[in-house]
Design a protein around this ligand. Sequence first.
Ligand SMILES: NC(=O)c1ccc[n+]([C@@H]2O[C@H](COP(=O)([O-])OP(=O)(O)OC[C@H]3O[C@@H](n4cnc5c(N)ncnc54)[C@H](OP(=O)(O)O)[C@@H]3O)[C@@H](O)[C@H]2O)c1
Length: 317
Amino acid sequence: MFIIISLAIIGAVTVAYIIFDSFRSVIELIVSHLTPYFLPQDVQPLWKKYGNWAVITGSTDGIGKHYALELAQKSINIVLISRNTDKLKSAAEEIEKYGVKTKIIVADFSKGIEVYQHIEDELKDIPIGILVNNVGVQYEYPMPLCELPTAKAWEIINVNVVAVTTLTRMLLPAMVARGKGAVVNVSSGSELQPLPLMAVYAASKVYVRNFTQAIRDEYSPLGIYVQHVSPLFVSTKMNNFSQRLIDGNLLVPDAATYAQSAVHLLGRVQNTTGYWLHGIQYFFIKLAPERLRMRIGHHMNKDFRNEHFRNTKLKAQ
Ligand SMILES: NC(=O)c1ccc[n+]([C@@H]2O[C@H](COP(=O)([O-])OP(=O)(O)OC[C@H]3O[C@@H](n4cnc5c(N)ncnc54)[C@H](OP(=O)(O)O)[C@@H]3O)[C@@H](O)[C@H]2O)c1
């Protein structure tokens, strides 16, 4: 009898943990929306909590550009880093309409370690309070490893892995010295399991997740907030291989909708999908065992690959 009761308790605790772990993103999102009503003293403006300058990588398009616009509306000055000068100038102009200062830095993260000295020199006199490691690159379309040009694999690793590591390493010491600061690392739902036909991209995001969670344990005792943001599909040019993703829908928001929700969660939750409907999808995804998730991901990518080839063929006709 004792053994049966013990097993029943272990089973119930395990199930409760699995459900909580899967549903955590949605629970945290609900709590973050309710906190201002019940604990208004806990809700400080971001500039006061972390400082009034943010650096955002990959900020000329998609999620990064809208992070910049959202933060500017919260009175944060923005340093934009991307590779295209014209796009940087035009994004900075848009951001300055909110009455904040901007600085642009041209850097192509695919070049690897050589770009960072220039960034460090440009940032040395700016007290950066928030670092948003957003920049990321994806496959042109889903493909097996031997179809992926080696240069593209290096680009993904340099942009998705080396940039987040090097910029965090560069900017953390000054935050630690000030005793406050926020590091926001944008990963991806593809971190949840190995992802056939996007093997290198998904593996790079596993790095982002583990790196983020480990440095949080190292630096949160020193006053640094480290957030892990893991979006599912967002309608941006990254997903150009699928018209369905570019068109978007309730589950695939545009970058503005996504960033508005994600920036609301900055400083409030530590691990998040950033968007409530992604939180619900995440719940159902996590219920399946990893092997099954991988097979579903593989199937989904085969479907996107076929769509890409169909569309390319149609355009060529
Ligand atoms: N969209 C999604 O469905 C999705 C889902 C999960 C996670 N994410 C993650 O969210 C982040 C943002 O993605 P996104 O969809 O917003 O991408 P995006 O629309 O393709 O924008 C990427 C941004 O990064 C810049 N960039 C690209 N390569 C660069 C390089 N080598 N050096 C410097 N800047 C570079 C781009 O500049 P240019 O304008 O010059 O190209 C652009 O500003 C990424 O980390 C991505 O992995 C996206």
